[in-house]
Ligand binder design. Structure first.
Ligand code: TXA
Ligand code: MG
Length: 326
């Protein structure tokens, strides 16, 4: 089993040593836990794919702690990238840019672009700094399964396969970063995430949204992804729990008593009356709530829709993928 260590200075230095030697460390970011390895070590990156059982056509995000590091990774950093970095880094935004020769092909799945992100979580930042190398890190879950927002989630799925898990508590944003492709014009949002598209458009103008396609440019676009083992269905219009069906409810707001009686287990994602605050709470709680529902021995999970603005886009994207409808 992996060692689960508190995020002390000493343990972060040990973790950095593991990364430098080509090992794998799971660590907290503000979005979800990442499974990190030295981005310039192709063997370490190959192990990331193996451990996650991830198809090698699905490229991995490279994490940096200092804007200067981007020069080693990318051959073109245009004005829009600079503006976005200035406004949203460090934070939950990943930019896809033309890659430099130095980035190993295995990181980018042979693409001519590399995805770069500067996380804001202090533990992630220190780990990158101490490792003295950019860290390639997908979410620390098995491919296609629920993303991890606590060290326990990581341990459950990957504990037996990796060297170390740094426990930094639960991830404050709770959904993955927004991925934006700046190698095309207009820029394209490949995955909605922790940085709302509306805020991005406010600084660089119109972006396009790539929706599901058979040949995903970002495999975050694969239809079935972020899935619990229990079947999940989004509630559209009237819903009835089947007779004798053990059903769970993923509710955006606290349900009334009559609704609540139909379910074995209910997870309420938000409590605020302010929509933006409610969406922030819902994003933060989403994966933990899904993990709990998935462990409750239910036949089915019904999920309420949330308004598709701001963080609501990322939430609905994850729910549709959990449902398998992309
Ligand atoms: O918040 C996050 O982004 C987390 C934390 C750990 O940083 N990471 C994460 O990584 O969600 P992952 O591997 O689960 O998702 C990365 C997404 C995938 O959909 C991948 O296809 C896309 O980014 N991606 C990576 N490199 C790309 C590239 N060169 N072009 C297009 N999409 C790319
Ligand atoms: Mg992932």
């Amino acid at each position: 089993m992996a060692q689960v260590l508190k995020a002390s200075e000493e343990n972060l230095k040990r973790a950095a040593e593991v990364i430098r030697k080509g090992g794998l460390v799971a660590f907290p970011t503000e979005t979800v836990y990442g499974l990190g390895g030295d981005a310039f070590n192709p063997d370490a990156v190959a192990r990331i794919f193996e451990v996650k059982e991830r198809p090698t056509f699905d490229p991995i995000i490279v994490h940096i702690a200092d804007f200067g590091d981007i020069k080693r990774l990318c051959r073109e950093i245009d004005e829009r990238a600079k503006i976005l970095a200035e406004k949203f880094w460090p934070g939950p935004l990943t930019m896809v840019l033309k890659k430099s020769k130095e980035v190993p092909d295995i990181v980018t799945a042979g693409l001519d672009t590399v995805a770069v992100r500067m996380p804001s979580h202090p533990v992630a930042r220190k780990l990158i700094e101490y490792s003295k190398t950019p860290i390639a890190a997908p979410s620390a879950n098995l491919f296609g399964k629920l993303s991890p927002t606590t060290a326990e989630h990581v341990n459950e799925q990957l504990g037996e396969r990796i060297d170390m898990i740094i426990d930094g508590g639960r991830c404050p944003v709770g959904v993955e970063s927004t991925v934006i492709d700046l190698s095309v014009d207009p820029p394209a949002i490949l995955r909605p995430g922790g940085t709302p598209a509306e805020e991005i458009e406010r600084v660089i103008g119109k972006v396009s949204f790539i929706h599901r396609s058979d040949e995903p440019k970002s495999p975050g676009q694969l239809k079935k992804h972020y899935s619990p083992r229990t079947p999940l269905r989004i509630i559209r219009g009237e819903m009835d729990v089947g007779h004798g069906e053990k059903a769970g409810l993923l509710a955006f707001k606290r349900p009334d008593d009559e609704t609540a009686r139909k379910f074995e287990k209910i997870e309420v994602l938000s409590s605020s009356d302010d929509l933006n605050e409610a969406l922030r709470q819902a994003a933060q709680n989403l994966f933990s709530a899904l993990h709990r529902l998935d462990h409750a021995g239910l036949d089915i999970i019904y999920a309420e829709q949330v308004p598709e603005i701001g963080l609501g886009r990322a939430i609905m994207d994850r729910l549709r993928k959990a449902e398998g409808m992309g």
